[in-house]
Design a protein around this ligand. Structure first.
Ligand code: NAD
Length: 471
C-alpha cells in the first residue's frame, strides 16, 4: 500500500477504518488528497479504553525503554522524511522545503525530548524525616492539535506524554490528519498497543474527546475561542489542561535597527508559513525615523515572493491552509480596503483555484482597525509608526493575547529592557520564531494556560508525589 493512498486510525495498536470518512483537501488545488476515517463515538471509546488498559504497563516500563520509544518516533520520521514531506505539502500546502524542515525538526525534537530527565527532589532530610518528591504520570492524555504545524505541534505532545509514562489519544485537525495517521501506523510495530492512539474526525470529535470520562489531561493547541470551550468541558471532570492558544505578537523596530542584517528575519517573522503561525509578527511597530526604510525592505521582499502550489519548484509561500481560514483572511483584507487603508503590497486576492493570498502589507493603519486588533493568521501585516518607547510598549501590551514578541535594535541591552516590559511568554531580540525543546513556551493572558516544552512543559504531563519516611 502506498504511503499516500490508505489512511487508518491506530487504536490499541491496530488499524481501524471507519464507515464514514472526511475529505482532506489540497489547499493549492482544492482536490481531495485522501479520505480520512471519521471516528465514531464507539471508536473513541475503544481508543480511550485501549489507552487506559496500556497505562499501568507503560508507567511501569523502565524510563530507558520509554526513552528509546520516544527516540524511535524521530527515527521513523527521518526514515520516511521525503514521503512525510510530500504528504505534508499535499494536505497542508506549505512548500516542500518548509515541509521537509518541519519533519526534520520534529524528528530532532523527539530525539531531544527522549533525553530529558524527570527530576526527583529531596525536600527534607532531617533527623526525623526524609521527604522525596517525584513526578508521576497522570494517565490518559488527549492531545489536540491545529493545522498550521501538524507534525511539530503533535510531537510537542506525543514525546513528553510518552516519556513521562502517560498514554495518549491524539486528535489531529480535520484539515490535516494524514501525517499523524501515517506516523501512528508506522509506529504500531514499535510501541506497545494502546500507548499511542491516533483518531481522526470532523467537528464533533474534539468535544467528544474532551468530555470523555476516561481522559485525565488535555493538552490543546488551537484558537483562544476553542481553548475556552475545552477548559469549560475539562472543568466537569477536573481534568488537567495545558492550553496553547492564539497570539497577536508585536515586533518593535527601533531607530538603530541594523536593517541590512535583520531585514530577512523581520520579513519571515511575519510571513513564514504564510503568516499562519501563532508566534508570527502580527503587528509591526516601526520607529518613525526608519519607517520608510523598513517598509521599503519588506515591500521589496513581499513583491518578490512567489506564492504558489507547494509542489511547484520556486514557490516560496503556499496557500492558506483551508477555505474557512481563507475566507477570514479575505474578509480582513476587504474590511481594511473599506476603511480606506492603503496597501503597500498585496491587497488583491485573485479569483481561481486554490486558497492563495498575495503577501500584504498595510500602511500605518489606525490602532483600532481590525487588521491591527485581530489575529489575522494569514499573510497580512499591519506596519505601524511609533515615536516613543513608553507609547509603543503600551500599544504592544494593549492586547488580550500575550504569546510572543520581538525587539529589533543594535543596542541589545536597551532592547532587553524593553523586552522585560512586554506582557508575553517569549520575546526575541533581533531574532524570531526560535523555540527549542529546552525552552519553556507559555502564553500570558488569553494566549494560554500552562507551559509546553522545557522542564516545566515536561512536568505538565505529571503530578507531584511526595513520599515521606519517618526515620
Ligand atoms: P481551532 O481552535 O479551530 O482548532 C484546533 C483543534 O481543536 C483542531 O484539532 C480542532 O478540530 C479542535 N477543536 C475544535 N473545536 C473543538 C472543541 N469544541 N473541543 C475540542 N477540540 C476542538 O484552531 P485552528 O484554526 O486549527 O488553529 C489556529 C489557531 O491556533 C490560531 O489561533 C493560532 O494562534 C493557534 N495556535 C496556537 C499555538 C500555540 O502554541 N500557542 C500554535 C499554533 C496555533
Amino acid at each position: 500500500m502506498s504511503f499516500f493512498d490508505s489512511f487508518t486510525m491506530t487504536i490499541g495498536g491496530k488499524a481501524v477504518s471507519s464507515s464514514e470518512t472526511i475529505d482532506v483537501i489540497n489547499p493549492a488545488t482544492e482536490e481531495i488528497v485522501a479520505k480520512a476515517p471519521d471516528c465514531s463515538e464507539k471508536q473513541l471509546d475503544d481508543a480511550v479504553a485501549a489507552a487506559r488498559a496500556a497505562f499501568p504497563g507503560w508507567r511501569a516500563t523502565p524510563i530507558e525503554e520509554r526513552r528509546r520509544a520516544v527516540a524511535r518516533i524521530g527515527e521513523v520520521l527521518t526514515e520516511h522524511q521525503a514521503d512525510f514531506a510530500r504528504l505534508f505539502t499535499l494536505e497542508q500546502g506549505r512548500p516542500l522545503d518548509g515541509a521537509a524542515q518541519e519533519i526534520a525538526f520534529a524528528a530532532y525534537w523527539a530525539n531531544e525530548v527522549s533525553k530529558q530527565d524527570i527530576p526527583v527532589t529531596v525536600t527534607e532530610d532531617s533527623a526525623s524525616k526524609r521527604s522525596e518528591t517525584r513526578h508521576v504520570p497522570l494517565g490518559v492524555v488527549a492531545g489536540i492539535v491545529p493545522w498550521n504545524f501538524p507534525v511539530n505541534l503533535a510531537v510537542w505532545k506525543i514525546a513528553p506524554a510518552l516519556l513521562t509514562g502517560n498514554t495518549l489519544v491524539l486528535k489531529p485537525s480535520p484539515f490535516t490528519p494524514l501525517t499523524m495517521l501515517k506516523l501512528a501506523e508506522l509506529l504500531r510495530e514499535h510501541l506497545p498497543p494502546g500507548v499511542f492512539n491516533v483518531i481522526s474526525g470532523g467537528d464533533r470529535l474534539g468535544p467528544w474527546l474532551t468530555a470523555h470520562e476516561g481522559i485525565d489531561k488535555i493538552s490543546f493547541t488551537g484558537s483562544t475561542a476553542t481553548g475556552k470551550r475545552v477548559m469549560e468541558t475539562a472543568s466537569k471532570g477536573l481534568k488537567r489542561v495545558t492550553l496553547e492558544l492564539g497570539g497577536n505578537d508585536a515586533a518593535i523596530v527601533m531607530p538603530d535597527v541594523a536593517l541590512d542584517e535583520v531585514a530577512d528575519k523581520l520579513f519571515f517573522s511575519a510571513f513564514a508559513n504564510s503568516g499562519q503561525i501563532c508566534i508570527a509578527t502580527k503587528r509591526m511597530y516601526v520607529h518613525e525615523d526608519v519607517y520608510d526604510k523598513v517598509a521599503d525592505a519588506l515591500v521589496a521582499r513581499a513583491r518578490a515572493a512567489k506564492v504558489g502550489d507547494g509542489l511547484d519548484q520556486g514557490s516560496n509561500f503556499g496557500p492558506i491552509q483551508n477555505r474557512p481560514q481563507f475566507e477570514r483572511v479575505k474578509n480582513l483584507i476587504e474590511d481594511a480596503k473599506q476603511q480606506g487603508l492603503r496597501f503597500l503590497a498585496g491587497g488583491d486576492v485573485p479569483e481561481g483555484t486554490g486558497f492563495f493570498v498575495p503577501l500584504a502589507i498595510v500602511d500605518n493603519p489606525p490602532e483600532d482597525s481590525r487588521v491591527v486588533q485581530e489575529e489575522a493568521f494569514g499573510p497580512v501585516l499591519p506596519l505601524l509608526k511609533f515615536r516613543d518607547i513608553d507609547e509603543v510598549v503600551a500599544r504592544a501590551n494593549a492586547c488580550e493575547y500575550g504569546l510572543g514578541g520581538s525587539i529589533w535594535s543594535a543596542d541589545t541591552e536597551a532592547a532587553a529592557d524593553i523586552a522585560s516590559r512586554l506582557e508575553t511568554g517569549t520575546v526575541w531580540i533581533n531574532d524570531t520564531l526560535y523555540i527549542m525543546p529546552w525552552t519553556p513556551f507559555a502564553g500570558h493572558k488569553q494566549s494560554g494556560i500552562g507551559v509546553e516544552n522545557g522542564k516545566e512543559g515536561l512536568l505538565e504531563f505529571t503530578v507531584p508525589q511526595t513520599i515521606t519516611i519517618a526515620k
